[in-house]
Design a protein around this ligand. Sequence first.
Ligand code: PEP
Ligand code: CO
Length: 443
Amino acid sequence: MTTHLDTYKALPAAQQPEWPDAGARDEAIESLEKLPPLVFAGEADVLRERLAQAASGHAFVLHGGDCAEIFAEVSADRIRNKLRTILQMAVVLTYGASQPVVKMGRIAGQYAKPRSSNTETRDGVTLPAYRGDAINAFPFTAEARKPDPWRMVEAYHRSSATLNLARAFTTGGFADLRFVAEWNRGFVANPAFARYEEIAAEVDRAISFMAACGADFDALKAVEFFAGHEALLLDYERALTRIDSRTGAAYDCSAHFLWIGDRTRDPEAAHVELLSKVRNPIGVKLGPAAQPGDVLRLLDRLDPEAQPGRLTLITRMGAGHVRTLLPPLVRAVQGAGRTPVWMCDPMHGNTIAFGGYKTRRFDDIMAEVKGFFEVHRDAGTIPGGLHIELTGDDVTEVLGGSETIDEEGLARRYETLVDPRLNHQQSLEMAFQVAEMIRGHRG
Ligand code: PEP
Ligand code: CO
């Protein structure tokens, strides 16, 4: 059945796979359409309210997770480590900002990737590029690289299992603030991170104070956690778009939050069209090529009613450009009287090739965050959150940090199939540094 939700099908759609078997594609889509939603419309509405708080400077958003999730890594340990990292960072940021931190994962659906080329050539052999586990598999063989629509159904089931565990972890006692503070004590006990001891000790004292006052620790035992991913694969997102029985409005029930990538944000093309029709909070990535006019057009297309919390602009300019490229965008949006959430993605503008690896320098990442805060301070606008690629494991994919990872270090445990991620310790280090920046910004 064709509905107003299908208007995107008439528009150009970048970064879509060519499914080799149309019959299999239709069957897979039909199966997805019959499966239950992964999130409820009401939860997406709650997230929109939380993001509205961030847009007005009353909350800060932490959105983190893998560049690309992979099926083989949907395990209890990996998911727990990721959540633990996000929760630990969030406690530090909550303290630094003296504000609620909206906690969100790049998780439970981050299975489709935009690529710079449709094909990859190795030793004279050319095959389709790896586009994420929802589409094809990574090994460099014709069989693995062939797009298989049933992988979308597998992505749904893996997302469902991931989200189920994330919900259990965040509401079932694991997220108790006292445990999280205990893990942070373990982190600063490492001499490499001694410079963060002072702020960690302050967090500890604040928690002891609350406990001494008889604060209701039941309320501190559970956290709200949201899932978000790039809405890239239109067949998947459309199949999970459902009509809310309460209001008749459409929601993309594959996640609470969906963002449109820098490569698919053409205001007149398919991704913007589909997402303009759903009520979830939506993000748009803005890279160095983004012009003020593009951004204003996106505001009109995606948020014509200027609904608080609806739109998040995620800027990723690179450390060397954030101070020159971000101000014109901020001024244009401000001039239009709009207050989206401004989030900083300090990862994607700082990717380099080094020693045969795709990597990033921790110092460049931090420099972009710093530039982001300064630009917003100068403009009088609100730096509302951070969007980062991280894992809870001790991988070695990003250069630098206090426990220095150098060229040799990269070889030790480089596991990502797409972009390099901050490891557990680098993530915490970032949180401590950003907590200091937020205090400086607000103070
Ligand atoms: C990503 O977030 O992994 C990504 C591809 O980002 P961007 O759209 O900003 O390039
Ligand atoms: Co990435």
